[in-house]
Design a protein around this ligand. Structure first.
Ligand code: PMP
Length: 298
């Protein structure tokens, strides 16, 4: 009989950087009385390595430290130390192309809403992960549902932090979309404006111009900024502004950007349809080229 497929993330071979030490994959554990598990006091990063180089590593490590600061805890490791740890994780696991997940959280040193005596912890993991959506969809475009949840106002949550707690409504929205046969969901914000997808930013094309919502209550993604630079380098006007759903029917193309989804074309979002057009294809290619070091880091 064939060996059972590895299906769970806690049961793999490999190494995980855990509070300054490299530990065997299966030993990277936390207790059930971990503050983060009860009160969502955790933040994380998602980054990808291509050909052995972690794309925009410094920006990711800086964002990890800033995210935890926004949740009221400071990491005892500098950006340089986190960068070095990430590179080490890639190396000891023997990966050149991988997705990486640095995570920071309040531990089990005390229990209660108050942060009390909890200490900051950091773990860095990596695994091989190809396209976020099926290969065919990554090329032909995905179908988005409209999420039943809205991005919260910045005065109701630390929306600039890549905080685990903010993903509660993303998981619910993604689950809802998939249960209805969609690939993912487009989220509006608390005002009703177009915001982002459940794990990626959104862009639209009209008359050769790129339009994207102002990130005032959701992540200003590292991929988002990279793609804006790539577009400007090609002489494309990039307009960052409030976008209302009523306007969606006037756009010709739509795509998502994010570390995991890279640049993924969108075929439809709710009742609105789009084509996978030239500018989207060009930016997909430019992004592939920049992450592989074939064109300068935008
Ligand atoms: N929004 C959300 C909710 C995300 O999870 C991500 C992925 N980190 C993004 C946007 C895009 O961010 P980045 O390009 O930095 O990966």
């Amino acid at each position: 009989m064939a060996a059972p497929q590895q299906t769970t993330f806690d049961d793999r071979d490999g190494w995980i950087w855990f509070d300054g030490e490299m530990v065997p994959w299966r030993d990277a554990r936390v207790h059930v009385l971990t503050h983060a598990l009860h009160y969502a006091s955790s933040v994380f990063e998602g980054q990808r390595a291509y050909n052995g180089e972690i794309f925009k590593l410094n920006a990711h490590s800086e964002r990890l430290r800033r995210s935890s600061s926004l949740l009221g805890f400071e990491l005892p490791w500098s950006v340089e130390e986190i960068n070095a740890a990430c590179k080490e994780v890639l190396k000891v696991n023997g990966f050149t192309d991988a997705y990486m997940r640095p995570l920071a959280w309040r531990g089990s040193e005390s229990m209660g809403v108050a942060p009390g005596l909890t200490k900051p912890h950091v773990a860095i993991t990596a695994w091989e992960w190809g396209k976020y959506y099926e290969e065919r969809k990554s090329a032909d475009g995905i179908r988005l549902d409209i999420a039943p949840w809205r991005r919260p106002a910045p005065y109701t949550a630390p929306t600039e932090s890549k905080a685990s707690g903010l993903y509660m409504i993303c998981t619910l929205s993604k689950q809802h979309a998939e249960s209805r046969g969609y690939d993912d969901a487009l989220m509006f914000d608390w005002r009703g404006r177009v915001a982002e997808a459940t794990g990626a930013n959104v862009f639209f094309v009209r008359d050769g111009e790129l339009h994207t919502p102002t990130p005032d209550c959701f992540l200003d993604g590292i991929t988002r900024r990279t793609v804006m630079d790539l577009a400007r380098n090609r002489g494309v006007d990039v307009v960052e502004r409030a976008i209302w759903p009523e306007e969606l029917e006037t756009f010709e193309q739509m795509f998502l950007t994010g570390t995991a989804v890279e640049v993924t074309p969108v075929r439809s979002a709710g009742p609105w349809n789009f084509e996978v057009g030239d500018l989207t294809r060009q930016l997909m290619k430019d992004y592939e080229d920049v992450v592989h070091g074939r064109i300068p880091n935008a």
